[in-house]
Design a protein around this ligand. Structure first.
Ligand code: GLA
Length: 370
């Protein structure tokens, strides 16, 4: 088996917008969009069907059955189509007796399900933690599926989804390549801020092969869809900050919007090559707080540069200072700063500089010692 998820996985997942409203046509249209609109080229190479893809009973052999109305051609046909577009294909199951939406879980059928998924050409499994059998050892349930996946001989990224406190301290032991940190994200600033900044401080658990997952993106939902926060939604500025924070944290970048209706502004956020390069940097060191500076994060990059993120989480605009103390540089060093959102050099600075940052906005700059 190859080493998987050496960089944070990138792709699209149906849940945040579509919930149970998924079907064969939607998945094919989304695959087309991922290629035609440049998402695949930018690095988004996995298309994941979340919960609600299956019928509510296993067949007489105990195998999971695709919902015959949503997927009349079965899942393998959809997976084949996705693969024909040079994309990887992901699916969803659950370690308990039922999935979170109440469909058959994998508990007691881990090997059977892993083999079925491998036979369909599954490349990514999101494995949830609803309806766990009382008294069952959660780690062991995840170990069982991790083991079953490896025994299929197929390279399958194992995405653990159980947002219990402390999951990040042990989930890698099961073979998981990423692990959800919290309950579900919603499309509002409060939720983005809570989930995103909740991942700051536990970055040392994440690195090549196993990543902290603060949940899928809500960029571009505009208050619609399943986690649209009942029409509340976020602003373009907040979506940009959300994407930048996830990029800095080495979070998996799983798109959650309807790609068929994405506006140019949303595409610009999601296809920001500089931010994606920060997220996918070879060093795989997630951003962490610079001591003494609230909400200023630093992320060392493999080529010796450092990406800095200044996040204004407050309701008013404010000045935020950036200093290269505690980053491995001296305050006397001369640093050239490049703005990863404006895509331009800001010139050279010694010691520190300040930015005026609007409410819920951010500044992402890459520093290079000159
Ligand atoms: C949980 C997960 C979501 C989604 C649903 C599906 O809530 O956190 O991301 O997978 O289950 O039912």
């Amino acid at each position: 088996m190859a080493m998987l998820a050496l960089k944070p996985p990138m792709g699209w997942n149906a849940w945040n917008t579509f919930c149970w409203n998924i079907n064969d046509a939607l998945i094919r249209e989304t695959a087309d969009k991922m290629v035609d609109d440049g998402y695949l080229e930018a690095g988004y190479n996995i298309l994941v069907i979340d919960d609600c893809w299956m019928a509510n009973k296993r067949d007489e052999n105990g195998n999971l059955v695709p919902d015959p109305v949503k997927f009349p051609n079965g899942i393998k046909a959809v997976a084949d189509y996705v693969h024909s577009k040079e994309l990887k294909f992901g699916i969803y199951e659950d370690a308990g007796t039922l999935t979170c939406a109440g469909l058959p879980g994998s508990y007691g059928n881990e090997r059977k399900d892993a083999e079925l998924f491998a036979s369909w050409g599954v490349d990514f499994l999101k494995y949830d933690g609803c309806y766990l059998t009382p008294g069952a050892n959660t780690e062991n349930l995840y170990r069982r599926m991790g083991q079953a996946l490896r025994e299929t001989g197929r390279d399958i990224i194992f995405s653990a989804c159980i947002g219990h406190d402390g999951v990040w301290t042990w989930m890698k032991r099961t073979g998981a390549h990423m692990w959800r940190l919290t309950g579900d994200i919603f499309d509002s600033w409060e939720s983005i801020d809570k989930v995103g900044f909740g991942a700051v401080g536990i970055e040392a658990y994440a690195g090549p092969g196993g990543w902290n997952d603060p949940d899928m993106l809500v960029v571009g939902l505009f208050g619609k869809g399943w986690v649209g926060e009942i029409g509340k939604g976020s602003t373009i500025t907040e979506y940009r900050t959300h994407f930048a924070l996830w990029a800095m944290l080495n979070a998996p970048l799983m798109l959650g919007n309807d790609l068929r209706i994405a506006t140019p502004e949303i595409k610009e956020i999601l296809l920001n090559k500089d931010l994606i390069a920060i997220n996918q940097d070879d060093a795989g060191i997630p951003a962490s707080r610079i001591p003494g500076y609230a909400d200023v994060l630093a992320k060392p990059l493999a080529d010796g540069r450092i990406a800095f993120g200044l996040f204004n989480r407050h309701p008013e605009s404010k000045h935020m200072a950036l200093s290269w103390d505690y980053c491995g540089w001296e305050v006397t060093d001369r640093i050239e700063l490049y703005d990863a959102i404006e895509h331009k050099s800001l010139g050279e600075f010694v010691g520190s500089t300040t930015f005026r940052i609007a409410s819920h906005d951010c500044k992402i700059v890459i520093g290079k010692r000159v």
